[in-house]
Design a protein around this ligand. Structure first.
Ligand code: FAD
Length: 425
């Protein structure tokens, strides 16, 4: 790779997500060359991907150019590349653009969708981890509505209008709520000759309750909110297979549907080059010590979703959400500065700010410390927290404007099929 060699040490960060960006931002004053590599030239605000999938927001409201976020860094280089391998002996990474040597390496690659080895589901269901995938879901949903409007056969029409979401974590719950809002307020106006009440929204969960990472009271409230919106919840139900037409459940039942969204799990986006003992089995997360150093290495760090740090408070690692990634990125910047000064590193301590999930208009649930509540106040907090966390002033303004417009008009304006979805054969 053509990155200039300088006298200062080179810190290579792989991944411009929450962890990578929060780290890079804080390296402004360090006398180091910072190189950030990502396969996208933008940072994705994943918590709002579901609003792109359901026409609430345009993708450019939740994505932000990495070069712009980090424009204040002087000795900084961004490279649009995919990292394929790490050579820890030569201290070099291999990318689809060539090789690059590092003095310090930070792995901030996050996670990828986990299909648990089920090829049928991988081929036919829709994941929602990136902006292009969210746009695919939006196009598929609108294309299927267009086809349904012209479909005479009831069985076929119902399959086109049946939406199955697998996984009732925050992503699945928020997505189901947004589909229900479309059914209630938007589609009846767009498709006046279609019986929109034929649209069904099913939420499948293998565990015994929705929003398992949250408190039981929030979980119950969320289930009630969803049911009031007309979502059918199937708990203790394992989805076994999907062939593009029929969804098969482990209990033997089947369902005809043309829309299956897979929100049932993620696995670490680990990169080749480490012994497998450095990764936690099944989770694919790098084992790190309290300073985020990958087991056995002083110069390689992992932060965010890809890092697995066991602490007394979090014996199974930190939750794979944005806050640990942001806080670990900021903390690692301080530790790199200490390292430069030859001082001892400080262990990472996670401060849990709480968990929120929204379910359609005016409703959300919140677990903040010992307070568990739901309804309008939680929804208001959800709005404020997401606006504050969005990267870029422009995006905050655009999102606020869109939300206000959608709220007043009961609308979701981004109902555009700009890049039709074609299933890969
Ligand atoms: C749909 C969805 C909804 C979510 N909702 C919430 C929520 O409401 N609240 C919350 O706190 N968290 C939420 N999360 C989780 C949160 O987004 C993650 O915990 C957070 O993004 C982790 O940050 P990270 O920096 O570790 O990884 P990421 O933000 O995932 O960033 C990883 C980056 O690495 C890049 N990358 C990966 N591999 C390579 C490679 N080999 N070469 C080059 N680049 C690479 C990727 O392109 C990406 O930009 C949600 C996640 C999803 C998918």
């Amino acid at each position: 790779m053509n990155v200039p060699q300088t006298d200062t040490k080179r810190i290579v960060i792989i991944g411009g997500g929450f962890g990578g960006i929060s780290l890079a931002k804080k390296l402004r004053k360090l006398d180091a060359q910072v190189v950030l590599i990502d396969r996208h030239n933008y940072h994705t605000f994943q918590p709002l991907l579901y609003q792109v999938s359901t026409s609430g927001l345009e993708p450019d409201s939740i994505a932000y150019p990495i070069r712009k976020v980090l424009k204040r860094l002087t000795n900084f280089h961004f490279r649009l590349a995919s990292v394929e391998k790490i050579d820890t002996k030569r201290k070099e990474i291999q990318t689809d653009m060539g090789l690059l040597a590092y003095d310090y390496l930070v792995l901030a690659t996050g996670t990828k969708t986990n299909f648990f080895g089920n090829l049928g589901i991988e081929k036919h269901a829709m994941p929602m981890k990136t902006v292009p995938q969210a746009l695919d879901i939006r196009s598929l949903m609108l294309q299927n509505f267009e086809t349904a409007d012209d479909c005479e056969k009831e069985v076929e029409r119902k399959a086109l209008l049946t939406f199955c979401i697998v996984g009732a974590g925050p992503t699945g719950v928020e997505l189901a709520g947004a589909f229900a809002e479309l059914k209630r307020h938007v589609f009846p106006k767009d498709y006046r000759h279609l019986n929109v009440s034929e649209m069904e929204i099913h939420l499948f969960e293998g565990g015994e309750r929705v929003l398992a990472p949250m408190s039981e009271s929030s979980s119950k409230k969320a289930a009630l909110f969803l049911e009031n919106l007309g979502v059918t919840i199937h708990v203790n139900t394992i989805v076994q297979d999907y062939d593009g037409a029929i969804l098969k459940l482990k209990n033997g039942q089947t369902m005809r549907t043309k829309n299956v969204i897979w929100a049932a799990g993620v696995t670490g986006a680990a990169i080749e080059g480490f012994e497998t003992t450095k990764l936690v089995e099944k989770l694919n997360r790098y084992k790190v010590n309290g300073f985020n150093q990958v087991e056995g290495f002083h110069e390689i760090f992992a932060i965010g979703d890809i890092a697995y740090m066991e602490t007394l408070d979090y014996p199974k690692g930190h939750p794979q959400v944005a806050q640990p990634a942001i806080q670990q990125g900021e903390h690692l910047a301080k530790n790199l500065s200490l390292l430069y000064q030859g001082k001892d590193l400080k262990p990472f301590l996670y401060y849990d700010k709480g968990t929120l999930a929204t379910i359609g208009r005016n409703r959300a649930v919140a677990d903040i410390g010992k307070f568990k509540f739901g309804g309008f106040f939680a929804w208001f907090i959800w709005i404020f927290v997401h606006l504050a966390a969005l990267v870029g002033f422009r995006n905050k303004v655009v999102v606020l404007f869109n939300w206000a417009y959608n709220y007043i008009n009961y609308d979701k304006a981004a109902r555009l099929i700009v890049r039709p979805f074609h299933r890969k054969v």
